[in-house]
Design a protein around this ligand. Structure first.
Ligand code: ADP
Length: 498
């Protein structure tokens, strides 16, 4: 990755004389801005986005020399390759015992040992390097070359880390230069770093960052054309990716809709014929075969339905209708739909809707029914004996005019081991692959429920069940219904007189 350093040692500098920490000192004035930088600002974390390694080495050496000239020590955190180049440059420019005051640390071992970037560890590491100097109150300046592999998740951590580092540089009144290879990090990381660093260097200039704590990006002047170009390219790429994703999404939707139709039609034919066949006179074996055809056909249809639901929620978000939602009716309807399955296993159902849950709220009742259907369906499917309960309670909404409901569905069944609590909400995930539990399913019910819940500003998760079984709770946010009168519900409550 490093460019050829051949020729770097021809210094772009001129020698003058001056005084520093005493004794004969050769001061090198470089044709770059670091000299004024180190003389004037204390408590500064300077961001250096370099594009050219030759300039980078020049700048590092110039910085070190100016710091030495001003009576500071200098700590350079650098890889071996750059370290040697900087050393050569210093040795050529400054023939003086004060070169002892230049300290190098190679972070390579530290990087290797920790693999993944971790802000806190890196900060601790830096503090441990600095401690001896600070304890002895030795004035020191730092220069750090940040070289983590540019991966998106690391970039986010770097951003946090730099904000943290900025605070500690200010607290300790240090001057610290933090250098990044501008080609190796994204333009968005560059701009966000510029927001958190007041002073900014490029290979050619030292300036006050145009973005520093400036929330209005329209007024921002980007300091380098190369960065602007990079931003434009990234933006263009994002648009291309977005369009490609949308096209792929449309193609996927069409494919699923077609497959749905193509599978459903013949499957309904098979099931219809199997029903008719079951009504004819069959011997024992034949009846068993027909039953297998019917069962397999229904599970195949269920799978098709689940996949279709899942992919529909994944595609472009359509806005949800705002219509009256009668919570008690939703619960009752779902309980009715699953009554046969529940009674088939002799499971009791206990429904408790707290009194302060409004009769009517505003929102989309369909996803609520679907989530309840999935969760109650699972509770019945995975419970062999005992009971199931549904509780609904009211929580305050995130803003005025909104209400939050919490649903809790608990069963006395097999339970879900804690290690799987998060995973079961991933698509197609089944505990034990669903096989050893002898239950059918696609592993999509909870993933669909999670997406629907999140669309309603809610959360879903598994709660501990002290007596065994499974408890799944979810919240949804709905609008408050403006009038107290209940429109068009089927409750037996008093009707308003005309
Ligand atoms: P499916 O039920 O179709 O397999 P889900 O996404 O609804 O898919 O559930 C994923 C997995 O979570 C199930 O396969 C099962 O292992 C586990 N699970 C869900 N609900 C329960 C429950 N009430 N009791 C025990 N296990 C459950």
């Amino acid at each position: 990755m490093l460019t050829d350093l051949h020729g770097i040692l021809a210094p772009n500098s001129r020698r003058t004389s001056g005084t520093g920490m005493g004794g004969r000192i050769q001061v090198i004035e470089f044709d770059n801005p670091l000299r004024s930088l180190t003389r004037t600002i204390s408590g500064s974390h300077v961001l250096y986005l370099y594009e050219d390694l030759r300039h980078y080495i020049d700048s590092a050496a110039a910085y070190a020399l100016t710091c030495l000239n001003q009576g500071h020590r200098i700590l350079i955190i650098e890889n071996d390759y750059c370290k040697k180049a900087i050393e050569r440059k210093l040795a050529e420019s400054w023939i003086d015992e004060r070169l002892e005051h230049v300290h190098f640390v190679d972070n390579f071992d530290f990087y290797q040992k920790h693999g993944e970037f971790q802000g806190c560890l890196t900060r601790k590491h830096f503090e441990s390097i600095m401690r001896p100097f600070l304890e002895e109150e030795i004035s020191i300046r730092t220069w750090a070359h940040i070289q983590w592999k540019p991966q998106p998740h690391i970039e986010a951590k770097l951003e946090e880390f730099e904000v943290m580092a900025d605070c500690s540089v200010k607290e300790q009144n240090l001057i610290s230069v933090c250098a990044y290879d501008a080609k190796a990090i994204s333009a968005s990381l560059q701009t966000s770093l510029m927001r958190s660093h007041e002073y900014l260097m490029t290979d050619r200039e030292f300036i006050v960052s145009g973005l520093y704590r400036n929330p209005n990006s329209e007024r921002v002047i980007h300091p380098s054309m190369a960065l602007q170009e990079k931003l434009l390219l990234e933006h263009k790429q994002l648009l291309i990716d977005k369009e490609a994703a949308e096209r792929a999404n449309r193609a996927k939707d069409e494919f699923i809709a077609t497959m749905n139709h193509e599978i459903r039609t013949p499957m309904n034919g098979v099931l219809g014929m199997a029903d008719l066949l079951a009504e004819t006179t069959l011997d024992g074996d034949q009846a068993a075969y027909v039953e297998i055809i019917r069962k397999s056909g229904s599970s195949l249809l269920q799978i098709v339905n689940d996949i279709l639901d899942f992919s529909k929620i994944g595609s472009v978000r359509e806005s949800s209708p705002e219509e009256p939602v009668h919570i008690r009716d939703c619960v009752a309807e779902v309980a009715d739909l699953l009554q046969a399955a529940r009674l088939g296993k002799d499971l009791a159902l206990d429904v408790n809707i707290e009194d302060d849950v409004p009769e009517t709220l505003l929102g989309d009742p369909h996803p609520i029914r679907q989530i309840l259907f999935n969760l109650l369906g699972n509770a019945i499917k995975f419970t062999q004996r005992g009971s199931i309960s549904i509780e609904v309670s009211l929580l305050p909404g995130s803003e005025e005019g909104r209400s939050r409901l919490r649903f809790r569905i608990a069963d006395s069944g097999a339970g879900i081991p804690r290690a799987h609590w998060r995973k079961v909400f991933q698509p197609f995930y089944q505990v034990d692959g669903g096989l050893s539990r002898g239950a059918e399913g696609t592993g999509l019910g909870l993933a669909i429920s999670k997406k629907l819940v999140e669309r309603m500003n809610g959360q879903i998760g598994i709660e501990p069940s002290p007596n065994g079984g499974t408890t799944i709770a979810f919240t949804v946010e709905l609008g408050e219904f403006p009038s107290r009168a209940r429109p068009g519900g089927s409750s037996n409550g008093p009707q308003a007189e005309a």
